[in-house]
Design a protein around this ligand. Structure first.
Ligand code: PGA
Length: 254
């Protein structure tokens, strides 16, 4: 069975003290209330990762991650953070290609492919995001957009590298809008993505890849989404900023 992963992407929210409080609440509630099999990943701003990694270090099934990284290993890149730096403070996952990075920071597939390489090169796991805009869905070009995002960002990887990748399908029109893709819409895309991986890497490898859904996931819709055969967890934004709502989403995964 493939790994189920519920990740909380805090984006640019919470100061250090608030972030630590949120992380410790989540960890305590997961310990007390959750008996299921999902892996939980807390993805705070860079400044909080070291302390949160320490806080969760003896909690099984909870990891930390980063929201972005440099495509370079080191050097004169003012303001950038390398994957080796992230590794040295305990991060194990790195989100690559979130739609906000693509949209506001001009990150394109070829650059994202380099970031994926950097993450894997440090022995970390990329959470590679893909997703179409509303316009692309309405013009029915979403499948070809998704295919390009997946191929350009990931298909240079060999089998062993590909096995370390987590994919997050996040339709841009569903992020932070309160509009979730229906379970049928999400499942259709997840099956399509798994089909692309299967065509390139074979069925056995495709069956092992965790594909998360993201975009207005809440406790109210999580159980239905998680019951779909190709939805292996969630990348949660807004609802991850509160321990109760985030842990209720985790609890929706058996
Ligand atoms: P949302 O964000 O849950 O607030 O829609 C999801 C994401 O951007 O990862």
């Amino acid at each position: 069975m493939r790994k189920k992963i519920i990740a909380g992407n805090w984006k640019m929210n919470k100061n250090f003290e608030e972030g630590l409080a949120l992380a410790s609440e989540v960890v305590n509630m997961v310990k007390d209330e959750y008996q299921g099999g999902a892996h939980v990943v807390l993805i705070p701003p860079f400044t909080h990762i070291a302390a949160i990694s320490k806080l969760i270090s003896d909690t099984q099934n909870v990891s930390s991650g980063a929201q972005n990284c440099s495509n370079h290993a080191s050097g004169a890149y003012t303001g950038e953070i390398s994957t080796e730096m992230l590794k040295s403070i305990g991060a194990t996952y790195v989100i690559i290609g979130h739609s906000e990075r693509r949209q506001y920071f001009g990150e394109h597939n070829d650059w994202l492919a380099q970031k994926v390489n950097a993450v894997l090169g440090s022995g970390l796991n990329p959470i590679y995001c893909c997703g179409e805009t509303l316009e692309e869905r309405e013009s029915n070009s979403h499948f070809s957009i998704l295919e390009t995002q997946i191929k350009d960002g990931l298909f240079h990887l060999d089998d062993n590298q590909m096995k370390q990748v987590v994919i997050a399908y996040e339709p841009v029109w569903a992020i932070g809008t309160g509009k979730t893709a229906s379970t049928a819409q999400a499942q259709e895309v997840h099956a399509f993505i798994r089909g692309l991986i299967s065509a390139k890497y074979g069925n056995e490898l495709a069956a092992q890849i965790t594909i998360q859904y993201g975009g207005s996931v809440k406790a109210e819709n999580a159980a239905e989404l998680f019951a779909a055969p190709d939805i292996d967890g969630a990348l949660v934004g807004g609802a991850a900023l509160q321990s109760r709502s985030f842990v209720d989403i985790i609890k929706a995964m058996p």
